[in-house]
Design a protein around this ligand. Sequence first.
Ligand SMILES: Nc1nc2c(ncn2[C@@H]2O[C@H](COP(=O)(O)OP(=O)(O)O)[C@@H](O)[C@H]2O)c(=O)[nH]1
Ligand SMILES: [Mg+2]
Length: 374
Amino acid sequence: MTSLQTRVCFVIPTYNEALNVTSLLQRLTELYPSPDVTFLIVDDESPDGTGRLVQASAATDHRVHLLEGKRRGFGQAYVRGMTYALDVLDADVVVQMDADFSHDPADVGKLLAGLSDGADVVIGSRYVSGGAVDRRWHVGRRMLSRWGNRFARLIAGMKAVRDCTAGFKAIKATALRAAKVEEIRVQGHTFQVVLLHRLIRTGAKVIEEPIYFRDRDRGHTKLGIGSILEFFYNVWWLYLASHWTFVKFVLTGLTGILVNLGSFFLLLELGMHKFLASPIAIELSIISNFLINNHWSFADRVMTDRAHTRIMKYNLVALSTLVLSYVTFIVLSFLFSEASPVLLQGCGILPAGFLNYFMNSSWTFRETDRDGPR
Ligand SMILES: Nc1nc2c(ncn2[C@@H]2O[C@H](COP(=O)(O)OP(=O)(O)O)[C@@H](O)[C@H]2O)c(=O)[nH]1
Ligand SMILES: [Mg+2]
């Protein structure tokens, strides 16, 4: 146990777990007899009567709670359960685990010990040294788990965590509140990755303890194709969420391309020479990009520089961008004299765009060094 009077709440989602839930609750209540521990079963009106069995257990041990609701998926059951654990049961620590004995109740002790040692999140991990998955899990399921994990770690930017789809964790309430678990909208198993991603982004210290993941002996898995598809789709959203500034910058850049090529085309139509129309069109797009980047893409940064310094720096970056863009245009115009000038003008945009992002992000809109002066 972490420390005296730490209120630990087990949050356990169930759907058709009548064959497991009573023996699980019996085992947990025996292993963790402290009055500060509660066991919250989040059941989605299971047709097999899981809810009634939980009520029967609750009648013999008042630490057992049942939270019922319409079936809106595994992820939403967790959102409901964790919110209830924080707001109603006033938990200091939430332990999440499956009801099918895949997660050994006896392993919870070492997860809680990790919290006492200073971690905010302790993952019962299948993929660190000493951890393992039941060989009875068929090869397809094992590969799905392992490759799903690799995919999520890489794309969602959580390389430091070996088992980021784990459903067995002890989490401090402070970290769960900071991660705003109540805002999570996903329905299926993606919940684990989304929650972990939020915990890491809000500064939680995460460690992993090896566990043996046992395949269920009784009942059936509820993992369906919908949940698997939602997983792969959502991991990409996590990627975009952690690279949101760059995404905004690219979208801003796209509007810049329209301004650049549109005004270039208009100036050519008005009879202006292409070597003069080109820098004017570039300059117009730089100005419009600055306005959008300043008020949108980088708007949430706490910046080192004051506004007027930022404008000055932006203009210097713009100048180097303009030069690179223009040089590219001139070089290409001589190399490919027959090519459409609008196409060549467009070719200057890519190298200039990268230079622009790199310099503006790391210099013009540089964030205040947390340790340095404000
Ligand atoms: N409340 C609720 N629990 C669910 C739902 N789907 C799965 N569960 C529970 O979540 C845990 C893990 O689900 P399981 O089907 O074993 O997934 P697997 O271990 O990935 O094969 C079990 O305790 C299930 O009863 C759901 O839609 N609602
Ligand atoms: Mg299971």
